[in-house]
Design a protein around this ligand. Structure first.
Ligand code: HEM
Length: 142
């Protein structure tokens, strides 16, 4: 049968990407690019000198976001990624663009066998990043 079974359980993004390891590879490449490419200098400057805690945190966040173990959220009860970001110094559309371009490059390099997955993941990140930059500086809770 060539048609997908409509009753089949959808595959979690976490399983489709292959678990935590490939997520960690993509995240590490993202921070390596951010740390070395002049195009991402403004984005790099917003981050602490030591990127090691971010490598860990973004890997854990994306693991949970893709349907894997939820340790990131369990360690941070009530954490909201969107509100945490809009209060960051220097948040604007240009750094949001840099974030998405760097992550797109990292994803294409580390997940070359699944371009459809990369496209849908990056379009979700683009919406999130745009929302973070559009609401920069707002202090309400929405
Ligand atoms: C609009 C573009 C973005 C910018 C400019 C940005 C910038 C930052 C900065 C400066 C930090 C703090 C870094 C530090 O303390 O060294 C941070 C933390 C973080 N960001 Fe972003 N970010 C962006 C988009 C995103 C997106 C789309 C995601 C998720 C898909 C994300 C996930 C995270 C996570 C998980 C943390 C760590 C939070 C923690 O450990 O408590 N960021 N971001």
């Amino acid at each position: 049968m060539s048609e997908a079974d409509p009753k089949a359980k959808p595959v979690l993004p976490f399983d489709r990407i292959g678990g935590r390891e490939p997520i960690a590879r993509m995240v590490n490449r993202f921070y390596d690019l951010m740390d070395s490419e002049p195009d991402f200098a403004e984005l790099r400057a917003m981050h602490a000198p030591d990127l090691a805690p971010m490598r860990e945190s973004l890997t854990d966040f994306l693991t949970a976001w893709m349907g894997g173990p939820r340790d990131w959220f369990e360690k941070r009860p009530g954490a909201c990624m969107m509100s945490a970001h809009r209060g960051l110094n220097g948040m604007n559309m240009e750094v949001a663009r840099q974030w998405v371009v760097a992550m797109h490059q990292a994803a294409k390099e580390t997940i070359p066998h699944d371009p459809d997955f990369v496209d849908s993941m990056i379009s979700a990140f683009a919406s999130m990043s745009k929302g973070m930059a559009a609401n920069a500086g707002r202090s309400d809770n929405h």
